[in-house]
Design a protein around this ligand. Structure first.
Ligand code: GRF
Length: 200
């Protein structure tokens, strides 16, 4: 299975997926919307094709998404993985990759969609926080949930401490979710929920 990973920055989730060497998966390309994304360097050093589609070079979202689709589809991916990709995508883009577009979000969805999730979790005083891998639908941070990991909020946690523990879980569950997809074990039922088939 051919996989394209989209990043905007650090790329530590992309790195975790690359390092997990999923049998039957080939990381065909890593594409960033930011020319300076540190993750691009890691990908290049690991012999992965890289590309930059700089959103600032396009007058509108439609133009950017069209260019992005072209860059992605050049690699004929079976799966597109958003890994810290910080751009909102148009409905047309999401539809184009329906059922083969995954995202990771740093909260236990449906709680805390959007930005600054760790800070908001601390402000809300929740005792359990975490991260979610989900299929992407047109609505922000929605879509069928594939896997979640919970993280206990500790007394004295600040944003950075909590973020670090959540990130550790992200690096575990994202490669796991990609592996399930590659093994053909994920499907979306009539209610729009994910089911995971038993391993053969
Ligand atoms: C992760 O926390 C992810 O959940 C969020 O952005 C962060 C990306 O980190 N969408 P990295 O670029 O994978 O290191």
């Amino acid at each position: 299975k051919s996989i394209v990973i989209l990043i905007s920055g650090r790329g530590s989730n992309m790195e975790a997926i690359v390092r997990s060497r999923i049998p039957g998966a080939r990381i065909a390309a890593v594409i960033s919307n930011r020319p300076q994304a540190p993750g691009i360097v890691f990908a290049r050093e690991h012999g992965i094709d890289t590309a930059v589609v700089d959103h600032t070079a396009y007058p509108d979202r439609e133009g950017f998404d069209a260019a992005l689709i072209e860059a992605i589809d050049a690699h004929r991916p079976d799966l597109v993985v958003l890994a810290g990709f910080m751009r909102l995508l148009t409905a047309g883009f999401v539809r184009h990759y329906e059922g083969r577009l995954l995202n990771i979000h740093p909260s236990l969805l449906p709680a805390f969609t959007g930005l600054n999730t760790h800070r908001r979790a601390l402000e809300a005083g929740v005792r359990v926080h975490g991260t979610t891998v989900h299929f992407v639908t047109a609505e922000l941070d929605c879509g069928p949930i594939v896997v979640q990991a919970a993280v206990e909020v500790r007394c004295g946690d600040d944003e950075a401490a909590l973020a670090a523990r959540v990130l550790e879980q992200e690096h575990r569950i994202y490669p796991q979710a990609v592996r399930w997809f590659v093994d053909g074990r994920l499907s979306i039922d009539a209610h729009g929920r994910v089911s995971l088939r038993d391993a053969p």
